[in-house]
Design a protein around this ligand. Structure first.
Ligand code: LLP
Length: 412
């Protein structure tokens, strides 16, 4: 169990709920700062580019906070490029990954002169080449290779290193792809990239992936190719529940350093979840408690549109009431949202103190892949986001109103 909230935290969350409403994502700037600094310190011997994977949480204030600490960004869309620019991240610290960059997105990336556009196919490389030639530019590019590691992430849906994946180029085709891309005009091919999967709770898949990447690097070198960058992606997992054994940062760093120290190229890391997951809570209110012969449901005002992870990946998040009186007996609740889907459930049979309508509840570890994956299902507006810093809080995204939503439909 996570440590119980302090009296100050309870007062803070109650004030936020009263003034901003619920559901609201509440982030701790101090925790994000501490995580980034720990990460940077552990990898410092190689002075890497730490390109924060913006998809984990692309709130501009969070990106700005990380940029201020020295982070770059790993982006996957024109939208994230815009956010990175607004957050003040220099193009020379931006890496652009993604299997389906559109022509417009490639052109924008070229125009912005990013540090690296990581290519995921020969077809994409050919298109980038012709765009670059037409624009009279040379794009700095990486090539994503897929080592063929099965189940490299915390769930099959977030494992990306296997051979059947849409991502990257399989290792056994990578040398010929490299040779072809290297010969294309308008592209400066500067290094290979891997990303095996997300929420890795074991370092073994990464060790295997690094070994295979290392072999590929040696092959490229023996063919006379030089490398300026090597990206090892993101993926370091976090403990969502006490039974999760997340690899310690130092073990992860030691593993990366043991390979990267002999590569003699700029190391790129793309951490997302590890930096921000634990720094966020989704603050929600119990709409009502519903009893049936078999079940007690606590229906929350947050829904699967605010946090997709449990319904999409059967992910576990700790759920706890904000104010807990000592000595209360527990009841097993199914904590559900108000959305018309059976999959709109955050936790099953969770023993919690007796809940009542109006009670505040938080869903923990929702700093990553919660708000950034949210949607408008059931015509629900996006929740507000609040950043807490030095005991003070401010709204970093206002709640989306129904007027905001309806304004997009031209028939009105
Ligand atoms: N680099 C690339 C190329 C990626 O595709 C990703 C994540 C990352 C870095 C960052 O990975 P991280 O350090 O955050 O594990 N929605 C899922 C996670 C999807 C991750 C996709 N790619 C979830 O909620 O678990």
């Amino acid at each position: 169990m996570r440590a119980q909230l302090s009296a100050d935290d309870v007062a803070l969350l109650e004030a936020i709920a009263a003034q901003v409403g619920t559901p609201t994502y509440v982030y701790s700037a101090d925790q994000i700062r501490a995580r980034f600094q720990d990460f940077a310190r552990a990898l410092a011997p190689l002075d890497p580019l730490i390109a924060y994977a913006a998809k984990a949480n692309s709130n501009i204030e969070i990106m700005r906070l990380l940029a201020g600490l020295g982070a770059g960004a790993d982006i996957v869309s024109g939208g994230e490029l815009r956010r990175a620019e607004v957050a003040g991240i220099s193009p020379q610290r931006i890496v652009y990954s993604g299997v389906g960059k559109t022509t417009q997105e490639l052109a924008a990336a070229l125009d912005a002169e990013l540090f690296q556009i990581t290519l995921e196919s020969l077809e994409e490389a050919r298109e980038l080449s012709s765009l670059a030639v037409a624009a009279g530019k040379a794009a700095s590019a990486g090539l994503r290779v897929t080592p063929g590691i099965e189940l490299s992430g915390g769930h099959q849906k977030i494992s990306t290193g296997c051979t059947s994946t849409k991502f990257g180029i399989p290792l056994d085709e990578a040398l010929s792809a490299w040779q072809e891309i290297h010969a294309l005009p308008g592209i400066r091919l500067q290094g290979p990239a891997i990303h095996l999967g997300s929420q890795m709770l074991s370092l073994e898949p990464l060790r295997n992936g690094l070994e295979l990447l290392d072999g590929f690097i040696s092959l490229l070198k023996s063919e006379g190719f030089a490398m300026d960058t090597i990206s090892v992606g993101g993926g370091l997992g976090v403990a969502y529940q006490t039974s999760d054994r997340a690899p310690p940062l130092h073990a992860y760093a030691e593993l990366i350093l043991s390979y990267a120290s002999r590569w003699n190229a700029r190391l790129i890391l793309e951490p997302g979840r590890w930096l921000v997951a634990g720094a966020g809570r989704l603050l929600t209110r119990v709409i009502r408690v519903k009893q049936s012969a078999k079940k007690q449901f606590a229906i929350l005002d947050a829904g699967m549109n605010d946090l997709m992870r449990p319904s999409l990946y059967d992910a576990w998040h700790e759920i706890a009431p904000v104010a807990i009186e000592t000595g209360q007996s527990c009841v097993n609740y199914d904590l559900v949202g108000p959305i018309c889907e059976t999959s709109d459930i955050f936790g099953r049979d969770r023993p919690l103190p007796v809940l009542q309508s109006g009670d505040l509840v938080t869903i923990a570890d929702t700093g990553a892949y919660a708000s950034s994956m949210a949607g408008n299902y059931n015509s629900r507006g996006l929740a507000a986001e609040v950043l807490v810093e030095n005991g003070r809080w401010r709204i970093v995204r206002r709640r989306q109103t129904l007027d905001d939503l309806l304004a997009l439909e031209s028939s009105l």
